[in-house]
Design a protein around this ligand. Structure first.
Ligand code: SF4
Length: 186
C-alpha cells in the first residue's frame, strides 16, 4: 500500500513530474490520485523528503524504554531514556538499534506537554513511523501527526513485539489515515 506522508511532504512537485498518473498536488502537498499507477516506485526513489513509501514493505518502529527489557510505564513515552528501533519489512520485525533520547536530558527541566518537548522528541525520532509506549502525554495531539501512536499494555518488550506483529494490518491502516487518532494494541 503506497502512502504519502503529509507531514514529510514539502510540495516540491518532483514526484508529479515522475508519476503524474498516480500523484497530484492538493493544498500544497502531494496526494495519491490513482493507487494502481505503475510509476510509484520511481517517485519513491526521487522524493527528497522520503515522503512516499510502500508501507506494507517497510515501517520503522520506536519502543520507549528505560531498561531495554520493559516498556516505559512510570511516565509518558517521550520521557523514555532510550528508544529501541525496530524495522518491519517483508513480514518480519527486526531489531535495528538502541537510540538514546539525548534531547530528553536537554529538556528535562521543561514541563510535560511543552511544545519544545514534543519537538525534541520528534527530532530524536526523525525517521520513525510508529511510536510504541504505555503512556502518551498531552503531546500525543502533536505526535500523532508525525507517527502512529500505538498504546500497548504489555510491558515486556519481547511479548510486545509479538503483539505488534499480530496487529500489523491495523497499524498500516492507521498510518494511512488523514486524521490519526492513535491505536491500542492488545
Ligand atoms: S517529491 Fe516528495 S516532497 Fe516533493 S511533492 Fe512529492 S512527495 Fe512531496
Amino acid at each position: 500500500m503506497i502512502s504519502i506522508s503529509k507531514n514529510k511532504c514539502v510540495g516540491c512537485g518532483i514526484c508529479i513530474d515522475i508519476c503524474p498518473e498516480g500523484i497530484e498536488i492538493l493544498d500544497g502537498r502531494a496526494r495519491i490520485k490513482n493507487k494502481n499507477a505503475d510509476c510509484f516506485k520511481n517517485a519513491t526513489i526521487a522524493c527528497p523528503q522520503e515522503a512516499i513509501k510502500d508501507i506494507k514493505e517497510e515501517l520503522i518502529f520506536a519502543v520507549g524504554t528505560d531498561d531495554d527489557k520493559t516498556i516505559k510505564s512510570d511516565d509518558h513515552v517521550g520521557m523514555s531514556r532510550y528508544f529501541q528501533v525496530w524495522k518491519y519489512s517483508n513480514g518480519k520485525l527486526d531489531f535495528q538499534e538502541k537510540r538514546e533520547n539525548v534531547k530528553y536530558k536537554e529538556d528535562e527541566e521543561r514541563i510535560h506537554g511543552d511544545s519544545g518537548k514534543a519537538k525534541a522528541t520528534s527530532s530524536v525520532l526523525e525517521d520513525i513511523d510508529v511510536l510504541v509506549g504505555k503512556m502518551f502525554g498531552p503531546n500525543i495531539v502533536r505526535l500523532r501527526n508525525k507517527f502512529v501512536c500505538a498504546v500497548i499494555k504489555e510491558l515486556e518488550i519481547e511479548k510486545a513485539i509479538e503483539i505488534i506483529k499480530e496487529n500489523i494490518n491495523e497499524i498500516v491502516e492507521e498510518y494511512d489515515k488523514e486524521e490519526r487518532s492513535g491505536i491500542i494494541l492488545k
